[in-house]
Design a protein around this ligand. Structure first.
Ligand SMILES: Cc1cc2nc3c(=O)[nH]c(=O)nc-3n(C[C@H](O)[C@H](O)[C@H](O)COP(=O)(O)OP(=O)(O)OC[C@H]3O[C@@H](n4cnc5c(N)ncnc54)[C@H](O)[C@@H]3O)c2cc1C
Length: 353
């Protein structure tokens, strides 16, 4: 694992960080970023060793995500979607599908994205209907990142008749049931190539199905994802601390570092108590937003110039406030913000102090 931490730090310092500003401004991630991540084994982090993966432990995975996110949030977020494909293939009872795809996904030869968010809302945005030896999928996934950068998508849809969420692999290209692709213009992470996808009678044959789970089980399974998404905000916090230090704001930097460490510890503890996850996730994103704002204030007007890291980080902190949001995270965040508005920092545990 030390080896992977060193590799992550090297990629972060030498590849991702120097390009982060341009990635943001030009809305494009160089293909060489993803190639380097693949060469160094980062596409197979969670894949089992028998399929060429590294099978890293969850806490190690989180640290690696945090290191990469501290250098380029956009690249890290886009690459992160791939692990939905790897996990789907690693856990599927469909051994033929696993044998066909998992090795290639672990090496990064095959790159993937996720399209699960349309299955969750009530009523669902994406529905599956049993037809012949497979499923017909219809509806819209509001956000799919990595479009044009990935080969396959791990798509999920709800069968309202039986209450199961069906997931499987599809090719990430227009046609064959992907009726329309609507590019989204984002204020942060534009280079993630996030689109809204419209499925019309997309056929998902049984041989491409990874999992079928009751909706409640499916949602419970997303809890780990909330911790992973928290690592994006923790990565931003690392960068904000470093930049605050370089701007001479040592007291604020130290306060943020200490508070981030507390939040990380709480977050890890919350894995055993999923009910605590939303509030911890909320505290983490709120702290990232405060820290990035503090850096912008520290550098002053220069920080608003479009090439400056300060304005980028501040926009990226807004991204971590809402991306991969869930109703309970939103409620926790709004509660935190309301308490702060009512009582000031004294009454809010989420502040620097
Ligand atoms: C820039 C960006 C990129 C994204 N990329 C991807 C991607 O690549 N793949 C992908 O699949 N998703 C992606 N998402 C979607 C993300 O995973 C969340 O689904 C989305 O951010 C939900 O937040 P929201 O505030 O838009 O909607 P919300 O209003 O929070 O949720 C939408 C609906 O879903 C319901 N809902 C959401 N979560 C739950 C839950 N756990 N239990 C019950 N009901 C729930 C809500 O009630 C609501 O009706 C992306 C989102 C953004 C903003």
């Amino acid at each position: 694992m030390t080896d992977m931490l060193q590799k992550a730090a090297k990629i972060a310092d030498e590849v991702l960080l120097p390009a982060a500003s341009e990635v943001d401004r030009y809305g494009r991630i160089p293909g060489s970023h993803f190639d380097r991540l693949a060469e160094d084994g980062f596409y197979g982090l969670v894949a089992p060793p028998e399929f060429g993966g590294l099978g890293v432990e969850f806490p190690d995975f989180l640290e690696l995500v945090e290191i990469l996110a501290s250098a380029c949030l956009t690249t890290t977020f886009t690459w992160l979607q791939h692990h939905g494909v790897v996990m789907g293939l690693a856990m599927t009872p469909n051994s033929a599908l696993r044998a066909q795809y998992l090795g290639r996904a672990a090496s990064g030869e095959l790159r993937g994205g996720s399209a699960f968010s349309g299955a969750i809302p009530v009523p669902p945005h994406v529905r599956a209907t049993r037809s012949g030896e497979g499923w017909t999928i219809n509806g819209q996934v509001p956000f799919v990142s990595g479009w044009g950068l990935v080969d396959v998508l791990h798509v999920s849809a709800l069968d309202e008749q039986c209450g199961d969420v069906v997931s499987g692999l599809i090719e990430a290209k227009p046609g064959d049931g992907i009726a329309a692709v609507h590019p989204l213009s984002l204020v942060a992470a534009q280079a993630s190539n996030t689109v809204r996808l419209e499925f019309r009678d997309l056929h998902l044959p049984d041989e491409m199905v990874t999992t079928r789970a009751n909706r409640d089980e499916y949602i419970a399974g997303l809890a780990r994802g909330s911790r992973v998404d928290g690592s994006l905000a923790l990565g931003l916090l690392r960068r904000a601390v470093a930049l605050l230090e370089s701007a001479g704001q040592l007291a604020i930097a130290e306060a943020v570092r200490a508070r981030a460490a507390q939040v990380r510890t709480k977050f890890d503890a919350a894995m055993a108590f999923p009910a605590d996850l939303p509030v911890t996730r909320a505290a983490c994103s709120e702290l990232a937003q405060q820290a990035c704002t503090a850096y912008l204030v520290a550098v002053g007007g220069a920080g608003l110039v479009s090439t400056h890291d300060a304005q980028r980080l501040t926009r990226e902190s807004l991204f971590t406030l809402v991306v991969a949001g869930r109703p309970d995270v939103r409620t926790a965040l709004l509660g935190l913000l309301e308490r702060r508005a009512r009582c000031g920092d004294h009454a809010v545990a989420g502040g620097f102090a």
